[in-house]
Design a protein around this ligand. Sequence first.
Ligand SMILES: Nc1ncnc2c1ncn2[C@@H]1O[C@H](COP(=O)(O)OP(=O)(O)OP(=O)(O)O)[C@@H](O)[C@H]1O
Length: 260
Amino acid sequence: MSAIEIEAVTKSYPAGRRGSPTPALAGVDLRVEAGGFVSLLGPSGCGKTTLLKAIDGLVPVSGGRIGVGGVAVSGPGRDRAFVFQDFRLLPWRTVLGNVAFPLEGVVRSRAERERIAAEYVEMVGLSEFAGHRPHELSGGMQQRVGIARALAVDPQVLLMDEPFGALDAQTRELMQVELLRIWRLTGKTIVFVTHSVDEALFLSQRVAVFTPRPGRVAAELEVPFAYPRDEHAVRGDPRFTDLRQEIWRLLKGDTHAFSE
Ligand SMILES: Nc1ncnc2c1ncn2[C@@H]1O[C@H](COP(=O)(O)OP(=O)(O)OP(=O)(O)O)[C@@H](O)[C@H]1O
């Protein structure tokens, strides 16, 4: 069964006081199977974040339909959680307090909230830092907190918007390996927005390449490497090079790929 079904989704942002409406999405069709890992790649401004927010129910679509777990999305819900590029942690709260935050209003007992939060803090390898505040952590550690916070409500779907975009190259690679470990451990469905072709190919089972704005899916490519993936083996595989070239060809606007 598909966890996420996106059918003919369009989105146009209303005109500001002087401008005209901005068409952001122009008929997106995409399915993500339960437990699947799909990356969205596309030129800047093609509507990737808009689509992710629409799946989260933060942005209403103008047309078409989005279903999650067989239910039409009409607003945010605990079956979906968002991971932001800029972490968005509460600076006055500890690591444990940040991860426990989304459980407020869901789990009555504070002790129980902290028990659940501690479980996810451990999952992302930060138990030692549970009492630290965000400013005492590196960027990679802060994003681990962001991931633990997203997992804390036990969502079906993780929506990740360039989550490693603000990290240095070495930390980014470590976080990619870490994310695959967590994905395999939890079985979540992941939709992952990135600007990095290599990151999309290393992480996901499928890559959806978008057209320039207003975006729609120009092509979907299956990534054939078995998990657990070894970075050096993947990068050294001739199929990696072929897929990489194919994606770059699409991103550079191969007219045939972008025509109807
Ligand atoms: N709240 C908004 N109001 C008006 N226009 C918006 C709003 N949010 C996004 N847009 C416009 O919609 C289009 C798609 O934006 P979006 O952020 O979804 O693209 P993106 O593919 O995620 O871009 P990037 O890769 O640069 O992050 C852009 O032209 C953007 O200016």
